[in-house]
Design a protein around this ligand. Sequence first.
Ligand code: CP
Length: 342
Amino acid sequence: MDFSGAHILSIEQFQRDDIERVFGTADRMEPYAQRAKITRVLEGAILGNMFFEASTRTRISFGSAFNLLGGEVRESVGMDSLSLVKGESLQDTARVLSGFSDVICMRHPQAGSVAEFASASRVPVMNGGDGSNEHPSQALLDLYTIKKELQGRGRGIDGLRIAMVGDLKYGRTVHSLCKLLCLFRDIQVTLVSPPELAMPEDLLALLDQAGHRTVATEQLEPSIAHVDIVYSTRIQEERFQDRSQADLYRGRFRLNQEIYTRHCEPNTVIMHPLPRDSRAEANELDADLDKNPNLAIFRQTDNGLLIRMALFALVLDVVHLVDKYARDIRWHNPRLPRDQAT
Ligand code: CP
């Protein structure tokens, strides 16, 4: 894949060597994400960060990643603040906004909307989630996390055993992750959901074509017994036509420390794209797991910053210049080891 100037819309664009390139570039971003150094490589560049749906991680980590590379961020949040509400098309919006930015990140509630926007954009567009379709940067950060969590344990992505749990019908993160896993070999995917929220048939067909073993079930406890990763997801109530229907499924697959201890192999990694629904009626990942060292959910969010920095560096073709425009920080950074903190 030629990253330079490319839109990042779907995992379907990637081959396995592209993934290695993203991960290798993300590794190089570590000193900047840790604030051990700063770089001004994107000084003067502007990110248009357009989020038409709620977001904490994706919006702010795309923005922070761009800032950490020295660029500036212009944000637009919610539908009501743009002239789309006056009937302007997404394509006209793209024609206008791409004149003001060097790259645009976008989240939108409709599947395919980010690709439609990108078709009229003069600058690269990154998909921050389009309805229940895809969330490619999330899948990349999830796989990067899986790789980092499993290294040193004698297990890798080839041969991975993963249980995906929850709303597999509407959850775009698991859709993109399934597509990504199809680039690897010999994966065992256990799909734990109510039948009404099962993984869509087209994604099951892709897993099958890749030669992966899939099992669909409603039983959580036996499904988490022999896996490397438990990947829990939230019931996506915002995708239900009648939101009250989500109440039927919320809280169906709760994981807590007692269930983990009783059923999981030692060191099974617990992941979730977040937000986890912490309301009492849902509580899909109990707070008593927060002390479990195998809970990787906040390492996922930290890795998201590295992956999004890597995507910007690749698409804007500055990977080779990041270190050239670097310097030491001037402030005390308590996150660094004492001998590295200024
Ligand atoms: N994982 C994720 O997309 O989180 P946000 O909705 O907070 O961006």
